[in-house]
Design a protein around this ligand. Structure first.
Ligand SMILES: [Zn+2]
Length: 335
């Protein structure tokens, strides 16, 4: 019998620095107990808002400030991807957060790029990297991040993202970085519609022109926006269990808009977002969506294929991955 865990999966929205397993934390900070990991590294099951959730993120980042620790983190994440049977993943991180112990931003990207290359070959999981600017970053930091994407073109690094506190900081400082990315044909995604409502998704689409939106779950509040996303094939990187943890408007999975968005033909796929802060796996997200909305092989096949369509990778690689997502693997009788 096929179970959700064995389905081949595409994961597009996954933060490298917020996904350290207990095993990885034990290596990077020997002495941290399971209890401390649970209380200090994992965010509360229901956060007041995104800012509270993000207050835990530095716990991981502070451990990732040199070459060995960055490598351990990448290796650890690939092992988690293997357990979920992910066949293609896009990992994202903000290089400028890893400069506290003397590494340059270029060196950080270089280390993560090489470790990703190594682990991708070792595991057979195809992977790409997205570099994040953050809402609270200055214009210069944002442009520096976009320039890093450009200078690593041809490597595993393929795209620019903006993450961080959506409600606390406007987009103004980041428009130029996205203009630069667009002018240089760099792939672009952006977090929006998580801590703020549909107006934030509209603003992000207007000012940054990304082809994908991280989360975008509150788009459901505006039928005109839902129509726009569908018509323009703006892909939503949905992270169900993380959304429930962060978005006060989504009380539980039954109130999550993923099923409504899917039924309205908005392109989307399922992701974890933060495996450490949310204490989750991709399989768990699939199981919950299946349990509450009755999703089965057809829905998972379709959303994985939509994820692949929106992936920041060329058509040759997509063709190989599509063959791996052979429809025959999505047989009925999901456990
Ligand atoms: Zn995210």
């Amino acid at each position: 019998m096929t179970s959700v865990s064995t389905l081949p999966k595409i994961e597009l929205h996954l933060h490298l620095d917020c996904s350290l397993s207990f095993n990885a934390v034990s290596k990077l900070a020997p002495g941290v107990t399971r209890e401390e990991y649970a209380s200090d590294y994992i965010a509360p099951a229901r956060c007041t808002n995104l800012a509270e959730f993000l207050s835990r993120a530095p716990k991981g980042v502070v451990l990732m400030q040199d070459e060995p620790s960055l490598r351990i983190t990448v290796e650890d994440l690939f092992h988690q991807l293997q357990a979920d049977n992910v066949i293609y993943a896009e990992l994202r991180f903000a290089p400028l957060l890893h400069l506290e112990r003397g590494l340059s931003a270029e060196r950080v990207v270089d280390i993560v790029n090489r470790a990703t290359e190594h682990m991708s070959r070792a595991t057979g999981i195809e992977a790409r990297l997205i570099l994040c600017t953050l809402r609270h970053f200055t214009k210069q930091q944002s442009i520096a991040t976009a320039r890093l994407v450009k200078s690593y073109q041809g490597s595993r690094v393929v795209a620019l993202d903006i993450a961080g506190d959506e409600a606390g900081f406007p987009l103004t400082a980041h428009i130029e970085a996205y203009d630069f990315a667009r002018a240089n044909n760099l792939f672009r995604t952006a977090h929006a519609g998580e801590a703020c409502g549909p107006e934030s998704v509209w603003e992000t689409l207007r000012l940054l022109e990304p082809t994908r939106i991280g989360h975008g779950v509150r788009s459901i509040e505006d039928p005109e926006l839902v129509r726009h996303l569908r018509q323009h094939r703006i892909h939503l990187e949905i992270c169900p269990l993380s959304n429930i943890q962060i978005v006060p408007e989504i009380a539980d999975m039954a109130h999550h808009p993923i099923d409504l968005l899917y039924r309205q033909h908005v392109p989307l796929n399922i992701n974890t977002d933060t495996r450490m802060l949310t204490a989750t796996t991709l399989t768990r997200n699939y199981e919950e969506v299946s349990r509450v909305f009755g999703w089965g092989p057809r829905e998972f096949l379709e959303t994985n294929l939509m994820g692949l369509d929106a992936a920041f990778v060329d058509e040759t690689v997509k063709t190989i991955l599509r063959a791996k997502i052979d429809a025959s693997k999505f047989v009925p009788n999901l456990a």
